[in-house]
Design a protein around this ligand. Structure first.
Ligand SMILES: Nc1nc2c(c(=O)[nH]1)N[C@H]1C(S)=C(S)[C@@H](COP(=O)(O)OP(=O)(O)OC[C@H]3O[C@@H](n4cnc5c(=O)[nH]c(N)nc54)[C@H](O)[C@@H]3O)O[C@H]1N2
Ligand SMILES: Nc1nc2c(c(=O)[nH]1)N[C@H]1C(S)=C(S)[C@@H](COP(=O)(O)OP(=O)(O)OC[C@H]3O[C@@H](n4cnc5c(=O)[nH]c(N)nc54)[C@H](O)[C@@H]3O)O[C@H]1N2
Ligand SMILES: [Mo]
Length: 785
């Protein structure tokens, strides 16, 4: 999130897209309501009429998997009707920059396309991104045209690219009436006025697609051209999911990053520390060697020295893709022998989950660290499976609940807040920290006694958190310290690359700086200002509440919205309500040149070489779709890896004519372990069901409560139907397309049991992140008689 929940109250228009705020993030609804009370408008873009839709001023139905056509349509509308924020565009984005003459786009493909081996026996498009660059003069200075008239400037290339996404075309792709789309575009693009702020919030209905990352990028572009970034009430706001998923992502839960969003070192790209540092991007990232060397110092302490490249060789290097989908595949191939499933239940939550359970049987051992005995831990006794045929040894380590331990939690708005234990765990249960500490020490002891192929990374690890693993000691290590004095750091600006500092996660530097009263434990409410509450908890980085906040004021330093000043230049300095995301010692005109400090050019990138599929977002259909791509001959994301080619249904066969999408209920949580074991929640929502429209029900002779089998190319399950007008068919591409809404909270463990619906979901993912395409695939239903 660039902003935070409380900041929603300042939005003039809020777009809730691919997200069901009212049911899945109910607390944030309070701040949406506050904005509405002040005259703000809420738009809800969703295939279903959700409870969020019921609260909105405008509901926009959308065929699952077509967000990019919709968002590109919004961008096109803003460009075509000149609703962009001009001064912002010229000063804070790369709109005026001239692009390499060799860059081009034709029929769904960008320049540089090459068909390459995908590493698993197939092929995919991997772009050579050389032409996705700027023109520069002999001195290396980027050329630009502030009149925005040069045909090679980003702005003109954008106009060319997005021209194909007129609202009529978009309406035919996404299945939303043209008038609704026009009303939506006019309302949201009204925030292009300098004094107005628009906020886009999203979640899984944006990301869970083969082109999910491009959806997010399109949101960023739309927000940049309307001048909505860095402003109170604006921003690109991902409403994060699991409690502390923000914190765990910051700490490198994802396979392709290490703490603080640095890339995981790869064997081929970064064989040495020097090679790793050489790939540091420009902008503020030029400081990455300081963050990295400090991280290595935190890991290996006195053993990390300039002489051994700060023990860089101890850090494991990635060899190939290790995403969720990939890992399960390699497990099935017999390459992976053991798995630790820590607070994870892939037997229910993973795509094509039956295959994941089958692949688990190939493991020699499986450890489940969990508060319940979930489906993953009991895969060997799933109904229909014979335990005698499974050799996997399964260990269950009982964990403590979050209420039974202390530590920090980072919320969607990046606020790191400390929690205190409210009880002690029962029986043999222990906190996850206690378990990981004991596990590490046991492994270290084993290495000490038995030796091993490469014991140094374990034996020399800087690991001492006390007998019972103190979370405060871990927090201080993450916060960072001076390695000579042990003094805690107060800011990441203090980090050095010479071994004099250590820090477990550079963006967290300062959150635990004062041991007596750590910033993340503060609870002081703000009495004036814009609701940033700077002394309540600690927002990373450096307690900054709104990112890119130089953009809240014009180049001269005047707040775009005088009624809501975040930064206002007073002639000699800034009146401020936030920590500057820019060099506040400079004159306003100077800092304005570097308003997006993390990018090399200091500007928001409307044209970028950062994504694998292209410099501009382009609509492709989901992997399985009922329609041919309307805007090009490229059917689905050509850069996605196809892990299981035989898993794809051919729409033309007629076997799977319906579109499936999956989503959540308020009463249940994820794979259901934490809610299907609660009698009162089971009582409120006792069993699985699927939702269909009255018209589809009529086609199949179904009424609510009838049992159906839902099938896909990959599997099937049985459930009762709920016939509801919340679900409607779509008129798109000259067809009537019906949808089946699938919940995925059930499994064969726990108090309330039901089929694992993810058995029908496809194991294909986004080309940048490999998040599975859970939200749009083909299926069929048949009545059980
Ligand atoms: N009660 C409850 N709360 C939760 C959770 C839970 O399981 N239960 N899970 C938590 C977690 S981990 C997460 S990640 C978040 C997820 O939060 P959300 O993203 O809100 O969760 P979903 O219900 O999966 O999906 C949101 C909406 O996307 C819509 N959708 C499907 N396809 C499309 C599409 O193509 N375009 C658009 N625009 N919308 C589409 C669905 O109809 C659905 O209403 O919720 C968190 N909060
Ligand atoms: N079809 C479909 N599938 C989806 C999604 C979708 O929208 N559609 N959404 C995806 C998303 S966004 C997510 S986040 C995943 C979620 O997938 P999972 O993370 O696998 O699902 P959870 O049910 O949250 O399971 C986590 C496990 O953690 C355990 N647990 C809870 N608290 C603790 C604790 O303090 N310590 C330990 N050790 N264990 C604990 C729970 O008992 C549970 O067994 O599912 C994904 N799957
Ligand atoms: Mo999630």
């Amino acid at each position: 999130m660039t902003n935070h929940w409380i900041d929603y109250q300042h939005s003039d228009v809020m777009m809730n897209i691919g997200l069901n705020t009212a049911e899945n993030h109910p607390v944030s609804m309070k701040w949406i309501q506050k904005a509405k009370d002040r005259g703000g408008k809420l738009i809800c873009v969703d295939p279903r009429f959700t409870r969020t839709a019921a609260m909105s001023d405008l509901y926009v139905p959308i065929r699952p998997g077509t967000n990019l056509a919709f968002l590109n349509g919004m961008i096109q509308y803003a460009l075509e009707n000149d609703l962009v924020h001009h001064e912002y565009l010229i000063n804070y984005t790369n709109a005026a920059y001239l692009v390499n003459e060799a860059y081009h786009f034709e029929d769904g493909m960008f320049s540089g396309a090459r068909l390459m081996d995908d590493g698993i026996g197939g092929e995919k498009v991997v772009y050579d991104r050389t032409t996705w660059s700027y023109q520069s003069d002999e001195a290396g200075q980027v050329l630009s045209d502030e009149t925005l008239e040069d045909p090679r400037c980003v702005y003109q290339l954008m106009k060319q690219h997005f021209r194909r996404y007129d609202l009529q075309t978009v309406s035919e792709i996404i299945g939303c009436p043209l008038e609704t789309l026009q009303a939506c575009a006019a309302l949201f693009c009204s925030t292009g006025k300098p004094e107005k702020a628009g906020n886009i919030m999203y979640a899984m209905g944006i990301t869970q697609f083969t082109h999910g990352a491009e959806n997010v990028r399109a949101i960023a572009i739309l927000q940049a051209i309307l001048g909505n970034m860095g402003r109170p009430g604006g921003g690109v706001n991902a409403q994060r999911g699991q409690s502390n998923v923000q914190g765990s992502t910051d700490m490198a839960m994802l396979y392709h990053i290490i703490p603080g969003y640095m890339p995981v070192p790869s064997e081929s790209l970064h064989p040495t520390l020097e090679a790793y540092h050489a790939t540091s991007p420009g902008g503020y990232w030029a400081n990455r060697p300081k963050f990295m060397n400090s991280l290595l110092k935190a890991f290996w302490g006195e053993h990390a020295t300039p002489g051994n490249d700060y023990a860089y060789d101890y850090l494991p290097k990635i060899d190939k893709e290790r995403s969720h989908i990939a890992t399960s595949k390699y497990m099935g191939d017999g390459e992976i022998k053991g798995m630790v499933c820590w607070a994870d239940n892939p037997a229910v939550g993973g795509p094509t989950a039956a295959r994941k359970r089958k692949n688990s049987a190939k493991l020699d051992w499986l450890v489940s660290v969990d508060i319940f005995e979930n489906e993953t831990a009991t895969f060997w006794k799933e109904p229909g499976v014979n335990p005698e045929e499974i050799d996997t040894e399964v260990f269950l380590l009982p964990a403590a609940l979050h209420m039974e331990r202390d530590g920090s939690i980072s919320n969607s708005g990046r606020w790191i807040q400390w929690r205190y234990a409210a009880g002690t765990p029962p029986g043999d249960c222990h906190s996850d920290l206690w378990i990981v500490d004991r596990l590490f020490r046991a492994v270290r002891d084993a290495y000490q006694v038995d030796g091993g192929v490469f014991p140094d990374p374990i034996l020399k690890m800087n690991w001492d958190y006390g007998e019972d693993a103190s979370s405060a000691r871990v927090a201080m290590e993450i916060n960072g310290y001076d390695t000579r004095t042990g003094e805690l750091l107060t800011s990441f600006a203090q980090l050095q690359d010479d071994g004099s500092t250590a820090a477990g996660c550079w963006i967290y530097a300062g959150y635990y700086a004062n041991e007596e009263e750590p910033a993340c434990q503060r609870r002081i409410r703000e009495t004036e200002g814009v609701g940033n509450h700077p002394e309540w908890a600690y927002a990373w980085p450096i307690n900054r509440r709104i990112l890119y906040n130089r953009c809240s004021a014009d180049p001269a330093g005047n707040s775009w919205n005088p009624d809501l000043p975040l930064f206002q230049w007073n002639g000699s300095g800034w009146n401020r309500y936030d920590v500057p995301d820019f060099n506040a010692a400079l004159l306003p005109e100077e800092s304005a040149r570097n308003a997006f400090i993390m990018t090399g050019e200091g500007r928001a990138r409307l044209f970028s070489n950062g994504m694998v599929e292209g410099p501009f977002p382009e609509h492709y259909e989901p992997w399985e779709s009922p329609l041919a791509n309307r805007v090009s001959s490229v059917q689905f994301n050509p850069c996605s890896t196809v892990w299981y080619p035989d898993d794809r249904a051919d729409y033309a066969s007629g076997a799977f004519p319906l579109v499936a999408t999956t989503y959540r209920l308020s009463e249940h949580y994820q794979t259901g372990m934490m809610t299907r074991n609660m009698p009162w929640l089971v009582e409120t929502m006792p069993e699985l069901f699927v939702e269909i429209s009255p018209t589809l029900a009529a086609d199949h002779g179904l009424v609510s409560g009838d049992q159906v089998v839902v099938s896909s190319q990959r599997g099937e399950f049985q459930a009762p139907v709920c016939v509801t007008p919340r679900v409607k068919s779509f008129q798109a591409g000259g067809k009537t397309i019906e949808m089946v809404g699938i919940l995925w909270h059930w499994g064969y463990a726990g108090l309330s049991k039901g089929p694992v619906t993810n058995d029908v979901a496809p194991s294909i993912g986004d080309a940048n992140t490999t998040i599975p395409e859970y939200k749009a695939f083909l299926c069929q239903i048949r009545k059980v008689v």
